[in-house]
Design a protein around this ligand. Sequence first.
Ligand code: FAD
Ligand code: NAI
Length: 466
Amino acid sequence: MSYDTIVIGTGPGGYVCAIRTAQLGQKVAVVEKRKTHGGTCLNVGCIPSKALLHASHRFEEAGHAFAGMGISVAAPKLDLKQMLAFKQEGIDGNTKGVEFLLKKNKIDAFNGTGRILAPGKVEVKAEDGTVQTLETKNIVIATGSDVAQLPGVTIDEKVVVSSTGALELSKVPGKLVVVGAGVIGLELGSVWRRLGAEVTVVEFLDRILPGMDGEVAKNFQRMLAKQGFAFKLGSKVTKVETGADGAKVTVEPAAGGAADVIEADIVLVAIGRVPYTKGLGLDDVGIETDKRGRIVVDAHFQTKVPGIYAIGDVIAGPMLAHKAEDEGVAVAEIIAGKAGHVNYDVIPGVVYTFPEVAAVGKTEEELKEAGIAYSVGKFPFTANGRAKVNQETDGFVKVLADATTDKVLGVHVIGAEAGEMIHEAAVLMEFGGSSEDLARTCHAHPTRSEAVKEAAMAVEKRAIHM
Ligand code: FAD
Ligand code: NAI
């Protein structure tokens, strides 16, 4: 069988790329080894984690948040089996949606493991061992990423789990130790804490959420601690011993020193993810990878081999679904002879905890390091009418603007619905807007988004409600 483009992997990068390529008139096939489409994100990542975050937030809210509004509810009871079924329904709805879209766009889908035999030749090996070879003009590798392993610690997905196991626990752990205070650790730590677990997070660095703005991370840590999270920062896990009744986790200061042992029912290892290229045959065709195993591509997402491209988690850049999707669209357009492009300066990032943390553009630390003079405008939700009336006043908005030109370089939000609010900043930054532009844009009242406008006004010290 012969195609214009074959995409290997149908995660957010691959399936979006395939659809855009088909929209542009090409004959397209996808190869996916999982039974369902949607990749990590839809099957064991973004979607299931957000389903559990949503359900566990509702559970916690029902437990305490309504009485003050004059609504009394009986103490909520957890039916974990049903909550996991609710999560599965969310996954199925989304993966079936992708299957429908692939069919609608007349994309041939092959179930099996793809291997590149040569430029223009992809072998597909099905689970039953059947092998077929497909011919194509272009190949797009979108094989994503896998869990990073902690040296000396075996993930058995029972007692020592990765994010995948942590989305499937059959009972709420009494004590959960999370290794890594990154996005996964804090999101899934939140889920199980809300459902009743005692959560201790062990982090190698002396801060949580590396890469996020330092002030935001510090405030966020304080909020999580108030919710009951315990943090052991500047610490490393050196050993995990598992037994019939859980695990003993040995923790040492990162710089060395006396070890401490923490008992846990479940240990979640969330220390990052690594590119997944196993069995693709990269070496045989001469595709280069870097020291971290990421496929090296040029500005047009093309590997060292003409006609073979790569996108998403398997190449450099933030490991985010929307980054993969945008690269999928860009490479499809490039292959079709158009001008596909991704603006890496404006990729939002969101941590879907409560409160949420959202950011786009540079942090204060990055601006300092680059020697860029900047102004800061900050506005707290305690001074925002809607946040006050809803009694959700934790957090603030911070706008960072170039001190000379006033161009907005970064926006950081911590607070309820931060993940929705960040996009007006993204659009502004995409158009190279200034804090003045944001400050002069009329915002509906009463909304939490008014805090974004006021933070922009605060850049020139003219916020009204502060
Ligand atoms: P993937 O989604 O990993 O898809 C790759 C696909 O390729 C897989 O289906 C795999 O089976 C298939 N494949 C691999 N090798 C082969 C082969 N040889 N042949 C055939 N098929 C193959 N990102 C966000 O932006 N927001 C979130 O809220 C978010 N939450 C997350 C929560 C968790 C718990 C995790 C683990 C990740 C989360 N992410 C989130 C990250 C997000 O899932 C990834 O950035 C995204 O899935 C990357 O997309 P991709 O298309 O590059 O790869
Ligand atoms: P991460 O890179 O976000 O965080 C890993 C954390 O582990 C870091 O703080 C790091 O310093 C720490 N760490 C590393 N080695 C350690 C060690 N030996 N001991 C203790 N701490 C150690 O990685 P995470 O949370 O696993 O997530 C993986 C990827 O998935 C991320 O790149 C993220 O972008 C993506 N993701 C995105 C989400 C979102 O957008 N909401 C949600 C979940 C995941």
